[in-house]
Design a protein around this ligand. Structure first.
Ligand SMILES: [Zn+2]
Length: 404
């Protein structure tokens, strides 16, 4: 192809992706609106859209009546056909692995929970290569309708380049999960950091990213805050952006088994740290509500810890309140750094209303030149399937950028 031809092809490709993404994010939307908003001609839009309608990816709907009122001919709107494709999402976590099947719009079709935790590469690869086909077979979705498999994991992962830099278990950096698992499954496989995937899902599936900078603050085993700035998910060097859990907030604090430093946020506020602090309380042998709820400290769960807090266990409440204060300081520091317009917060510890209130009070106290009324804060309820659904969103993101 000559230079002019290849330029034309490139332009066509760019327009195709631009239109596809715009419809996904703004549907239902009319051809005229797309043309106006993207600065393209309606002829270009029609030329791109018609093949997508013919292939079953898009469909036309009639605009809601109040909009079309008095306009003569009803306005035809475009939207994705949810059942055009399905996506499998897998959340491989330190506690367990959850599977989900969604349609292309993120509507949940099927879920499967397993208690297999993240482990060394070989073990996890074998497990995934067995479980994913079994899950898809049970859901009875033909393979050609499956757009791909998204895997989300904790760690330094650049999903845009399919590179795993580090996830703290053996073998992961020497192998290419997307290529090896993809070959075993005969499906496209995408990988992403579990919190970055949540930010992508908030944007694509849930349309929660209405203003930017956008921050997704997540507390679980560890702590992370992923960001969308100027329409882009932030990766940074070695995909280490957003790892706020390993910022030091207490000099000479407890050692973090993940980063090795003392007094990082994860070592003080991650669920592993909170459970350990509660076990220490139980070991002190003074009678506590927590001990009544869970006689064996080794079997202690976050749900029991939060129940003990709810029931008025003073020692447990003090552990939680300290953790929330540190989390609030860390979020205020992030806000001072990137000045976000919207912040989403997710975590079991943050699902309790009084913890939410304490978190917001602390954030307000430490923010500089910004007050909480300037930021749209949203606490998400705890949902064990959120990670797997977010992994599915990563596949949709890749699909929207895929070549013609
Ligand atoms: Zn750390």
């Amino acid at each position: 192809m000559n230079e002019k031809g290849s330029n034309h092809q490139l332009l066509k490709q760019n327009n195709h992706n631009l239109i596809k993404k715009h419809i996904y994010r703004n549907s239902p939307i009319s051809r005229v609106e797309i043309a106006q908003q993207l600065g393209l001609t309606t002829a270009t839009i029609t030329g791109m859209v018609n093949p997508m309608i013919n292939s079953g990816l898009l469909r036309e709907t009639v605009a809601p009546t109040d909009e079309a009122k008095g306009a003569g001919r009803p306005r035809m709107m475009l939207e994705f056909v949810p059942e055009a494709y399905y996506v499998c999402g897998v959340d491989v976590g330190v506690y367990n692995t959850n599977y989900i099947l969604t349609d292309i719009r993120g509507n949940v079709i099927a879920v499967r929970h397993t208690d297999q935790p993240l482990g060394d590469y070989r073990v996890t690869l074998e497990w995934l290569a067995q479980q994913i086909p079994a899950f898809l077979e049970e859901a009875a979705i033909p393979k050609e309708k499956v757009l791909g498999v998204g895997i989300c994991l904790p760690g330094m992962i650049d999903g845009s380049a399919d590179i795993i830099y580090d996830i703290f278990y053996e073998g992961w950096t020497e192998h290419n999960l997307c290529a090896e698992l993809g070959q075993r499954l005969g499906l496209n496989v995408e990988v992403e950091n579990n919190v970055r995937a949540r930010a992508i899902s908030a944007e694509l599936f849930d349309r929660m990213v209405k203003s930017e900078p956008f921050a997704y603050f997540f507390v679980s085993f560890g702590v992370a805050c992923q960001m969308i700035i100027d329409g882009k998910v932030l990766y940074g060097q070695s995909a280490a952006a957003g790892e706020i859990g390993h910022t030091v907030v207490q000099r000479n604090g407890p050692v973090c088994p993940t980063c090795g430093n003392r007094g990082c946020l994860e070592a003080l506020t991650g669920e592993r740290a909170i459970l350990q602090q509660c076990r220490d309380i139980m070991a002190a042998e003074t009678p506590t509500i927590l001990r009544d709820l869970c006689p064996d400290p080794q079997c202690l769960t976050m749900d029991q810890v939060l129940l003990a807090q709810e029931m008025g266990d003073k020692a447990v409440s003090s552990v939680i309140e300290d953790a929330i204060e540190y989390l609030g300081i860390a979020l205020a520091n992030t806000i001072n750094l990137i000045s976000p317009r919207a912040v989403v917060l997710e975590g079991r510890i943050l699902s309790v209303p009084k913890n939410q209130a304490r978190m917001l009070r602390t954030v307000e106290q430490y923010m500089f030149h910004i007050h909480s009324g300037m930021i749209d804060f949203a606490f998400l309820p705890y949902d064990s399937d959120r990670g797997a659904r977010a992994a599915a969103a990563v596949v949709v993101k890749e699909f929207l950028s895929r070549s013609l």
